[in-house]
Design a binder for this molecule. Structure first.
Ligand code: BGC
Length: 753
């Protein structure tokens, strides 16, 4: 009996022990262990094939995990201003899901125009929540390429021409998104400043312009924002494709900036296995494949970082050092995203998200001109409103390329205006012109049919008649998301408004003096009618809440406070890239047919160097149509005289400038105090001034607030290419403070020792 008992107990004990052993959490899954140990443990358990499988796509937007070990796959999604609809596994076509509609947030030009860092965090947080709810791990945005030419079809996805503003607005967006356990992928590193020849060009930019203008936002995104991933670009730099580029990825990003995150290729930007292995790429997406016709069982096996990589390793031609580094980075990313048990669940199309979209729109809209304060619309006098123009009725969340969205709803400008004004005034619409009536872009259907076959003169006359009969006229035009406008893959063909809108606007100026032009665009446009139009509103692409945000500003419910994140030149030749630089590429090479394919790339020289945007206009004294930082309000503000806490600073000091901003009008509103630095004497050419600080200040009528902005020598430095370092030259500087780059209100001189 006793024997039997001992025997049974022994069996039970052994059994329990073996269960205990089995359920001991392996280190790579053990959250109590340091991440580095977990990564090493996971690596040690993986086969060569499993490692390589992690480095490339397995579908249009996903990449493999390690199924055997329970390490999940990564799901990426576009894009900068909303979570893209699901597409088919191997194709770009929409998958036809019915649960993937989202809130479309305003495009990034609009976000940048708020000059409100808090707003950017709110935006990132809300967008990240939508991405998380849709089970995405990597959000392909924000886009932070610098605005070099108004012809770039993709400017609407970026944050303007200034590296400082872009940096300050990108960082909170990144932090907001990533607070959801969803990674951002800042893009496109680094010179995708035009769409034309994006696959077939080699950008030539000097080191100074690169470090002062094109790289700071990327540096801020990874060092301050800690963006967990970054996306390479399509074009070449130093004759190497950016997504497999020794200089950009290894020397600068992973070297100088010590980046520990994951480098993702742009979709189809990889062209060579050995460069992809050695030059810092970690994850390959979108390489040629139509799914299955490559002749092997799975076309993804043919990716540069797939079977070809495995073959090189197996044949002993390359080692596994790079492989383990890439996989470690991906595992690290997994612990922050897919395997992060503490991440929130996210939410979609919530009231909070709609509010964020609406507020960003309201704060981003820029009042460019407002003669005789004809805006806001005075409903004591205005009883009939004419809304004219295709963009009042055209959906703008669909189209434009990879950032195209399937919004749950989109309030069109006409609907927004009607719902705000219709109780007190009669609102009537006339189309005025037909631009692009299509309701489908790249297989994405807007569901709209804007077909109108009436001849141009009939449409114009109808609009003019309506304008004559109305108390107030709102023209809603601009660009749209069709090819050669604000859209990926091609640039605009000219600076002017398309579809003969100038003609219509000119006719409307004669028909009615109470006239506002609302421009829906992500780019500056020529305004030959600017003097004759009393009010001009830059309304960007505002997403789901577009119509509400716009009506709120037109009615005065919201006092506009947006400021331009880029210069509006009078004409294209006033822009530096068009005056000095090469656009769309080297002229002789262009004539010789270069740039048509990847075998014959075209060079694009950024001869204008650091003189981009207002840096160029200021220095050359070329008056723009509307300056960087410009934007009016329905109230007035006064800046008090600025003081500094010292007159002389050392290289290790900080200096603080203090001034007051007062609302001197009768309406609550917000002003953006902008601080620019001028180097009064320098051994190298420098811009007349450069933005180095800003603060958005909300003020009730009569209220005054003190604003302090502190800088250190980084705000005074230029990049010395010979020394390959930043230099702050001793001497005199001036802090220029105002509410636009061309409206400086108060100045303070100081000296750097
Ligand atoms: C674009 C990227 C985008 C990717 C995936 C590329 O063509 O350049 O910005 O994220 O496609 O859609």
């Amino acid at each position: 009996m006793l024997k039997k008992f001992v025997f049974l107990s022994l069996i039970t004990l052994t059994y329990t022990a073996s269960i205990a052993q089995n359920i001991t959490t392996p280190t790579y899954l053990d959250e109590t262990k340091p991440v580095e140990q977990r990564v090493q443990d996971a690596l040690s358990r993986m086969t060569l094939e499993e490692k390589v499988a992690m480095l490339h796509a397995q579908s249009k937007f996903s990449s493999a995990g390690v199924p055997r070990l329970g390490i999940p796959e990564f799901w990426t999604t576009d894009g900068p201003h909303g979570v893209r609809a699901e597409v088919k596994w191997d194709e770009w076509d929409q998958a036809g899901w019915t649960n993937d509609s989202i809130v479309a947030f305003p495009a990034l030009t609009a976000l940048a125009a708020t000059w409100n860092k808090k707003m950017s965090w709110n935006y990132g947080k809300a967008l990240g929540e939508e991405a998380r709810y849709r089970k995405k791990d990597i959000l392909l945005g924000p886009g932070i390429n610098i605005y070099r030419t108004p012809l770039n079809g993709r400017n609407f996805e970026y944050m303007g021409e200034d590296p400082y503003l872009t940096s300050k607005m990108a960082v909170p967006y990144i932090q907001g998104v990533q607070s959801n356990g969803v990674a951002t992928s800042v893009k496109h590193f680094a010179f995708n400043n035009q769409e034309m020849f994006r696959h077939t060009s080699n950008v030539k930019v000097d080191d100074r312009a690169m470090y002062e203008i094109y790289l700071p936002a990327f540096k801020a995104a990874v060092t301050e924002g800690d963006s967990w991933t970054i996306m390479g670009a399509y074009d070449k730099y130093k004759d190497q494709y950016s997504s497999q580029n020794q200089y950009l990825l290894n020397d600068i990003l992973k070297g100088e900036w010590n980046y520990k995150g994951v480098v993702i290729s742009d979709w189809g930007a990889v062209n060579n296995t050995e460069q992809a292995i050695k030059n810092g790429l970690d994850l390959e997406f979108g390489s040629w494949t139509n799914g299955l016709s490559a002749g092997t069982k799975n076309a993804y096996d043919n990716y540069y970082l797939a079977q070809p990589y495995l073959n090189l390793i197996k044949s002993g031609k390359v080692g596994t050092k790079e492989l383990d580094d890439k996989v470690s980075r991906l595992l690290n990313l997994a612990y922050k995203t897919t395997m992060n048990k503490n991440k929130p669940f996210g939410s979609i199309a919530s009231e909070e998200h709609k509010t964020v979209a609406k507020q960003v729109g309201e704060e981003g809209i820029v009042l460019l001109k407002n003669d005789k304060n004809i805006l806001p619309i005075d409903l004591n006098k205005v009883k009939t409103i004419a809304v004219i123009g295709e963009n009042a009725i055209k959906m703008m969340t669909v189209g434009g390329g990879s950032s195209s969205l399937k919004a749950k709803y989109e309030i069109l400008p006409l609907d927004g205006i009607k719902s705000r004004f219709a109780k007190e005034a009669e609102v009537k619409f006339a189309r005025g012109y037909v631009g692009d009536p299509r309701g489908e872009y790249n297989g994405v259907k807007s569901g709209q049919d804007l077909k109108d076959d009436r001849p141009a003169d009939v449409l114009l006359n109808e609009a003019v008649d309506l304008a004559k009969k109305s108390d107030f006229v709102i023209f809603v035009g601009g660009l749209n998301k069709s090819d050669h406008q604000d859209a990926e893959g091609a640039d605009r063909k000219s600076y002017g408004l398309p579809y003969n809108q100038d003609n219509l606007i000119a006719a409307l100026t004669k028909a009615n003096k109470n006239f506002a032009v609302v421009l829906v665009s992500g780019n500056a446009v020529a305004m030959p009618w600017v003097k004759d139009v009393p009010a001009i509103v830059q309304a960007w692409y505002l997403g789901s809440e577009a119509g509400h945000s716009l009506a709120s500003v037109l009615s005065g419910d919201t006092n506009p406070s947006g400021k331009l994140p880029f210069t509006f030149p009078v004409k294209l030749e006033d822009n530096a890239a068009h005056r000095l630089g090469e656009y769309p590429g080297n002229k002789e090479e262009l004539a010789a047919g270069k740039g048509k394919n990847q075998e014959n790339p075209i060079n694009i020289s950024y001869n204008e160097g650091i003189f981009v945007g207002y840096r160029w206009h200021d220095t050359q004294k070329i008056k723009p149509q509307f300056s960087f930082g410009h934007g009016l309000s329905y109230t007035t503000f006064a800046f008090g005289k600025a003081k500094s806490d010292k007159t002389t600073m050392t290289q290790d000091d900080k200096i603080t400038f203090t001034f007051t901003v007062k609302n001197t009008g009768r309406k609550a509103g917000a002003e953006v105090a902008q601080l620019y630095i001028a180097d009064l004497k320098s051994s190298v050419p420098r811009p007349s001034k450069e933005l180095k600080g800003f603060e958005k200040v909300f003020l009730n009528p009569g209220e005054e607030k003190e604003v302090s902005i502190t800088i250190d020598k980084t705000a005074l430095s230029f990049f010395d290419a010979d020394k390959h370092s930043w230099v702050a030259e001793p001497g005199d500087f001036e802090a220029l403070i105002g509410n636009a780059s061309d409206n400086i209100q108060t100045k303070v001189k100081f000296t750097l020792q």
